[in-house]
Design a protein around this ligand. Structure first.
Ligand code: B12
Ligand code: SF4
Ligand code: SF4
Length: 337
């Protein structure tokens, strides 16, 4: 009996996808210059997709994207939960005087006990804040919310099958609840704190602080790869002035692995994932072509094929990749000694 899984009927055959003319009509301007492709100076990111529609050129395209996602069974309820923001409490008058390491440990324990699956702390950097926004707190905590791989691998969704996009909505909802709960716990300890969950973009670009705080590495598909969850992880931020201790970055070989892997580049229906790193806002890194990604993303209920197909996301494959890459990094280290 063959063990090869049946092809996903919702994914276009390789090389056959063509955007609808009415979708292309809404693209209007290229997103790549706005993202700073080719720019050699570091700068803050510009407000982009999923910001309020008066802050970028793709408001009508956002409506198309939202409509195709919400047309899938179960999706409206899942995203309604993600957009249900709890009240933020007032900051308590008295401060918890514990030292930073103890406060960091308490915050971690609280977050992991309130739906977060991963936790990292980074000093706030102005480069994490979108142009036009202000964040005053000196620390950012990044929470990881793991996808359910069995559900995520069903993407893309459509009106016949909403399993994949419902998992996306469910993880956003966990991110909303856990980031608000943590911000309220910090406020109860006498420190200011603000939550930045999805699905909206908010003030902070979340992947750079997630990398800085040890949640993972940037993959060729433009998303973070975690050693614990692969690419199947969503992020939420919590900023604060509570004195904390930063957690260290985690390098386990994802960047090196991406250099020769082509799974996401081949799986992406519009061919949006570039083979080589590019200079973007002063940093040489992986970059996904927004203009190619967005039409398929908007038509196909937020797509997500790249994170589902990444080998690091598959629970049975991840441990083997970790072991292989640990050996490879180790050999590289010893040859340099
Ligand atoms: C706007 C947005 C999109 C847009 C545009 C993305 C783009 N790159 O142009 C669209 C709608 C296309 C999109 C698609 C997807 N997105 Co999106 N998106 C966002 C959002 C709201 C803002 C990011 C943004 O403004 N990007 C525009 C500029 C800044 O992009 P960029 O310069 O190429 O930088 C990207 C990365 O390189 C990294 N980054 C930014 N600065 C720097 C600096 C350094 C030094 C490094 C190393 C990396 C880095 O973050 C950016 C992520 O887009 C974030 C949430 C958030 N607040 O951060 C989620 C987010 C990045 N998306 C996410 C995901 C998973 C997806 C999808 C897989 C869809 C899905 N169904 O889940 C696809 C992936 C395709 C892709 N192109 O990346 C997750 C990623 C989780 C993870 N594991 O990393 C996030 C963090 C949402 C969340 N809260 O979890 N997305
Ligand atoms: S989300 Fe964008 S980059 Fe990822 S597979 Fe879909 S179209 Fe390609
Ligand atoms: S599919 Fe391969 S190339 Fe793409 S992000 Fe995952 S490991 Fe990197």
């Amino acid at each position: 009996m063959s063990t090869t899984p049946a092809p996903n009927p919702r994914r276009p055959k390789r090389g056959t996808y063509r955007p609808k003319p009415e979708t292309l009509e809404l693209l209007k301007v290229s997103g790549n210059p706005i993202n700073g492709v080719g720019e050699t100076e570091q700068r803050r990111p510009s407000p982009f997709f999923w910001h309020p529609p008066d802050q970028h050129p793709w408001g009508p395209l956002q409506i198309v994207a939202r409509k195709s996602s919400r047309g899938c069974p179960g999706s409206p309820e899942a995203f309604q939960a993600a957009y249900t923001y709890p009240e933020l409490i007032a900051v308590a008058a008295e401060r918890n005087p514990a030292p930073p390491q103890q406060l960091s440990d308490q915050a971690r324990a609280f977050a992991l006990g309130h739906e977060a699956d991963d936790f990292g702390i980074a000093p706030m950097d102005p480069l994490y804040v979108f142009e036009g926004y202000t964040v005053n707190e000196p620390w950012i905590i990044v929470l990881g919310l793991a996808h359910n791989y069995e559900r995520l691998k069903e993407v893309p969704s459509d009106e016949t099958n909403g399993i994949g996009v419902v998992d996306v909505g469910d993880q956003y909802a966990r991110g909303t609840r856990s980031s608000y709960a943590l911000a309220n716990w910090i406020r109860s300890q006498g420190y200011n704190s603000n939550p930045y969950p999805g699905p909206s973009a908010g003030a902070v670009v979340l992947i750079p602080p997630a990398i800085a705080s040890g949640l993972g590495e940037l993959g060729k598909h433009g998303s973070l790869i975690s050693r614990r969850f692969g690419s199947g992880v969503r992020l939420a931020g919590v900023t604060t002035d509570m004195p904390l201790v930063a957690t260290a970055p985690d390098r386990f070989g994802a960047d090196e692995f991406c250099a020769t892997c082509q799974v996401c580049t081949n799986a992406c229906p519009p061919g949006a994932i570039a083979e080589h790193k590019q200079m973007v806002r002063g940093v040489e890194r992986w970059y996904v072509d927004f203009d190619k990604c967005i039409p398929y993303f908007a038509e196909a209920a937020s797509c997500g094929i790249c994170i589902a197909e990444c080998p690091w996301t598959r629970p049975t494959v991840r441990p083997k990749l970790l072991a292989t890459m640990a050996r490879r990094l180790d050999q590289g280290e010893s040859s340099r000694r």
